[in-house]
Design a binder for this molecule. Structure first.
Ligand code: URA
Length: 218
């Protein structure tokens, strides 16, 4: 598997047998994390801090995957499909993300997927800074509960929100950052790949860097 287009189209091998759970936090098992995430999800569902977003949403979109995942993928905000289903990354961009995850010899159910915003912005516009600030406590608490070893930021909004950076995504790629106990890597958003397929090669390079550090053989 040498570059992403092929890898995305056809993951060629069985999922890795490496551990998928995060490094154990003493006294915090997966069941505790599931319970804590459930409490937080109920809090998110009641949130009306962004009055406009709250009044237009079908539902909040919290996150999906293992509560003790070793790696989290952080996106921007729900789109129409996610607003309708309540699950992040289920539309076209989501299907591409799932292919990327599988090309990395991981399974969607073994990782955790979340967004910065929990409500869909109208017309899928970019989140406003105050909306990111309103949701900051939510995605930061989500990450604190999961305590992943790795976080992959998908696109500019996720990278800027997590790292509190303003550098262009092209300059944040191919570098490691720290967020609490996690190692962070940034790559292009799957929606960008749908518009710019030539960038798939760059994303695959980023995934190879990430998988090599995680000890996943591609
Ligand atoms: N784009 C995102 O950033 N998140 C989703 O859940 C779907 C599309």
């Amino acid at each position: 598997m040498t570059h992403l287009p092929k890898a995305i189209a056809r993951p060629s091998s069985a999922p890795s047998t490496l551990p998928v759970e995060s490094t154990t936090v003493p006294g915090v098992d997966a069941a505790d994390r599931v319970a804590s995430l459930s409490v937080l999800a109920h809090e998110v569902a009641r949130c009306t801090r962004c009055a406009d977003l709250a009044s237009h949403r079908t539902q909040t979109v919290f996150g999906v995957g293992r509560a003790d995942a070793r790696i989290c993928f952080l996106g921007e905000a729900p789109g129409a499909d996610e607003d309708a289903s309540g699950e992040p990354f289920v539309g076209r961009a989501g299907q591409l993300l799932t292919k990327i995850i599988e090309a990395c010899r991981l399974r969607r159910e073994d990782v955790y997927i979340l967004n910065v915003l929990k409500c869909r912005p109208p017309e899928n516009r970019t989140p406003e800074p105050d909306e990111v600030d309103h949701c900051r406590g939510f995605f930061e608490r989500q990450l604190a509960i999961i305590a992943p070893d790795y976080i992959c930021c998908l696109g500019t909004t996720a990278a800027h929100a997590l790292l509190q950076s303003t550098e262009p995504i092209g300059r944040l790629r191919k570098r490691w950052f720290a967020y609490r106990s996690a190692k962070v890597i940034c790559t292009y958003h799957p929606s960008y790949l749908l518009r710019t397929p030539s960038a798939k090669r760059d994303v695959w390079d980023d995934m190879k860097l990430l998988m090599a550090d995680m000890g996943v053989e591609l």
